[in-house]
Design a protein around this ligand. Structure first.
Ligand SMILES: *Cc1c(COP(=O)(O)O)cnc(C)c1O
Length: 384
């Protein structure tokens, strides 16, 4: 008889809810009592708490991480160019190894994405590739969107130095790195804006969609606040082409409760990563996440395998009841939506290689040692 083994999920949101149930239930109940659903008091309170947490002058709640990116770029077009959208001639440099939304937001803001390659050690955008592109084609580039992939900071000193030198804005995509740091700075507090996602599976996740924009620029904050509610200070007399992109009150309530646990949960993720790092180090054909020495929040714990083996290991783990995920199976330059709509300079060989070799392992913050050990054992047995 086949033994029934417990499936190990990537994340266990039911378990997390149980852990903080009374805080979350109280927060939701407070909303039920006040019935102030649109931009209720929880939204403002969450904005203030997160602004304080990351040391930013302003935080503005929005409806998703994607909208955080789109609204940031739209506000920058209005501020820098005095027009509603960027032009096709305006280029924004980003990585081809990210979630679709990063590149899509650039298109939706009217600009052209420039995809440059990643550093294979961290999977983050390679600053030397940004510089190389700018040496050849600096006149059209208006900005850079570094993505702190898997919870690990990009090389922000170098990226900010390049931005300074070429007079570019930087919009940080912090969708995967709430609480992550570059040196002593919280991610999202370094660029012109920081764009956060509260998609339920993100390391700070809501019970639905949600997002946040951080900025130290009063003008951008004001513009973003207009854009998220139809484009004006007065809803019935608007200035800009706006959106209905507000952060929901209920989501803000849930997020306030979950925010109390974020440092603990990020530390728990880091502790699981330490175990994986130690116990998988002896397997030569595995590339483990590089430790850049920064506060990495391990939104994902991602290993890489030599060509062809990745899918075999994933299937092997699946047979053992162990979930794993591929972030991302296609670099943006391969997607139809970006066909003929992006620029590039060098090859995107590292992004291509990463898309065929990476595999993210379960890293539920409340995952017990036994579960982590079972995953490690299974991976070791694959290579035996
Ligand atoms: C999740 C994610 C987004 C989009 O966030 P949503 O809240 O799902 O719209 C953007 N960029 C990256 C890198 C992401 O991981």
């Amino acid at each position: 008889m086949k033994q029934i083994v417990k499936q190990i999920p990537m994340l266990d949101l039911k378990l997390e809810y149980g852990y903080m149930k009374s805080d979350i239930d109280d927060a939701i109940r407070a909303c039920l009592d006040h019935q102030h659903w649109i931009l209720g008091p929880e939204v403002k309170a969450l904005e203030e708490k997160i602004a304080q947490y990351i040391s930013a002058d302003h935080c503005v709640g929005v409806s998703s991480g994607t909208d955080a990116l789109v609204l940031s770029l739209r506000a920058l077009a209005i501020k820098l160019k005095g027009q509603e959208y960027f032009d096709k001639n305006d280029e924004i440099i980003t990585t081809s190894f990210t979630f679709t939304a990063t590149g899509d937001a650039i298109l939706r803001a009217g600009a052209t994405p420039v995809f440059v390659d990643i550093d294979l050690k961290t999977y983050n955008i390679d600053p030397s590739q940004i510089r190389d592109y700018l040496k050849q084609n600096s006149t059209k580039v208006v900005g850079i969107i570094p993505v702190h992939l898997y919870g690990q900071s990009c090389q922000m000193d170098e990226i900010m130095a390049i931005a300074d030198e070429f007079d570019l804005f930087v919009v940080e995509d912090v969708a995967q790195a709430f609480g992550g740091m570059w040196k002593n700075k919280k991610l999202g507090s370094i660029g012109a804006t920081g764009c956060f996602s509260f998609f339920p599976s993100k390391n700070l996740g809501a019970f639905g969609d949600g997002g946040m924009i951080s900025t130290n620029d009063d003008n951008l904050a004001e513009l973003i606040r207009m854009l998220l509610k139809h484009g004006g200070k007065d809803k019935y007399n608007v200035d800009h082409i706006g959106y209905n992109a507000r952060l929901d009150t209920l989501q803000a309530a849930v997020l306030q409760a979950k925010l109390m646990y974020i440092d603990e949960f990020n530390d728990r993720r880091r502790a699981i990563a330490v175990i994986y790092n130690k116990e998988l180090a002896a397997i030569d054909s595995l590339a483990l996440p590089a430790d850049s020495g920064e506060y990495h929040v391990y939104h994902q714990y991602t290993i890489a395998l030599k060509d062809g083996e990745r899918d075999n290991l994933q299937n092997f783990l699946k047979e053992q009841g162990i979930s794993s995920m591929i972030y991302y199976p296609f670099p943006l330059n391969r997607m139809k939506v970006f066909n003929d709509r992006f620029e590039t300079y060098n090859s995107l060989a590292n992004s291509e290689l990463a898309s065929t070799s990476v595999l993210s392992l379960p890293i539920e913050p409340l995952q017990d040692k036994e579960t982590t050990d079972r995953i490690i054992k299974a991976i070791r047995s694959y290579f035996d």
